[in-house]
Design a protein around this ligand. Structure first.
Ligand SMILES: Nc1ncnc2c1ncn2[C@@H]1O[C@H](COP(=O)(O)OP(=O)(O)OP(=O)(O)O)[C@@H](O)[C@H]1O
Length: 274
């Protein structure tokens, strides 16, 4: 019996935006330049992708979610091809069962015109299994309870009734409804009130451990990445300059860039790394 395929396997991703211009005068720098990484195990791990602005983190996230098309390279989630082979990638419905997004701005996740609970019902009908499509309420209540909320707290309310932190919890619940193997979260706490950030960061940890869902957690914040992740990829100029266990990277950073990122945090607060 073979072992489970890695939850995420990325191989040789390339992406250049704006090749345009008749003489190639607008050809930009590569946003991704040969990005490969593997997150082992069947689920429950957190991969943090860290790097300064423009290093390619969001491009990587959007390629995994098929919101941006790669020029070359492949992505497999739990062994299933999602990017690459035009002959054999999973269809959109299967993709949404394998991977779900959480974006930076939760107010952009939901509709302005639909109460949030109605939006969740639509999600459950579209993404759930046949039983959930027939009766979406149990799946919605279970997902809300996983993030510490009750269905009654949402009834009939629009997005403006919630704080950014509450709405980000609801968007995490939205992502859980499809029971994905992987969640890609792009800077998910940067628009959340500072006092609530740790609660949400800890929620990711709890969900990964208790529900076996894996996360790609995109951040420019090295200390959060170290605190949260099982594996860390450090990106610069579209390349992975360091990959490994966060404690190993912190103890012996290979690249000058990682050392500079570490130096940019005046004192690594012991709460994060002990
Ligand atoms: N839609 C786009 N069109 C053209 N260039 C883009 C586009 N999106 C990103 N880029 C460029 O690709 C490179 C990588 O950007 P990306 O947003 O992936 O980096 P990032 O690390 O996520 O940055 P940030 O932390 O600021 O979001 C940058 O040079 C950026 O200017």
């Amino acid at each position: 019996m073979g072992s489970a395929p890695p939850i995420l396997a990325i191989d040789g991703l390339q992406k250049t935006y704006g090749r345009g211009g008749l003489f190639g005068q607008n050809a930009g720098r590569r946003a991704l330049d040969g990005v490969s990484m593997v997150l082992d195990g069947g689920g429950g791990q957190i991969l943090a992708v860290v790097g300064e602005s423009g290093s390619g983190k969001t491009t990587l996230a959007r390629i995994i979610l098929r919101l941006v098309k790669a020029d070359a390279g492949t992505v497999r989630i739990a062994g299933e091809p999602v990017v690459g082979r035009p002959d054999g990638t999973v269809d959109d419905q299967r993709l949404r069962q394998l991977v779900q997004p959480i974006f930076q701005n939760p107010f952009e996740t939901f509709s302005l015109h639909l109460p949030v609970d109605q939006y969740l019902i639509r999600t459950a009908i579209n993404l759930g299994d046949a039983a959930t499509a027939r009766n979406p309420e149990p799946a919605i209540s279970a997902a809300l309870s996983a993030v510490g909320l009750r269905r009654e707290q949402l009834l009939g309310k629009g997005i403006r009734s919630f704080s950014g932190g509450e709405l980000q919890r609801i968007s995490i619940a939205r992502a859980l409804i499809a029971k994905p193997r992987l969640i890609v979260a792009d800077e998910p706490v940067s628009m959340v009130d500072a006092s609530l950030r740790m609660t949400i960061v800890n929620l990711f940890r709890q969900l990964s451990r208790e529900r076996g869902v894996a996360f790609v957690y995109i951040t420019h914040d090295l200390s959060t990445a170290c605190y949260l992740s099982d594996r860390m990829a450090i990106m610069r100029h579209g390349q992975v300059v360091e990959f490994g266990r966060p404690e190993a990277i912190l103890a012996a950073p290979d690249s000058a860039y990682t050392k500079a990122l570490m130096a940019a945090i005046p004192t690594l607060d012991r709460r994060w790394i002990d």
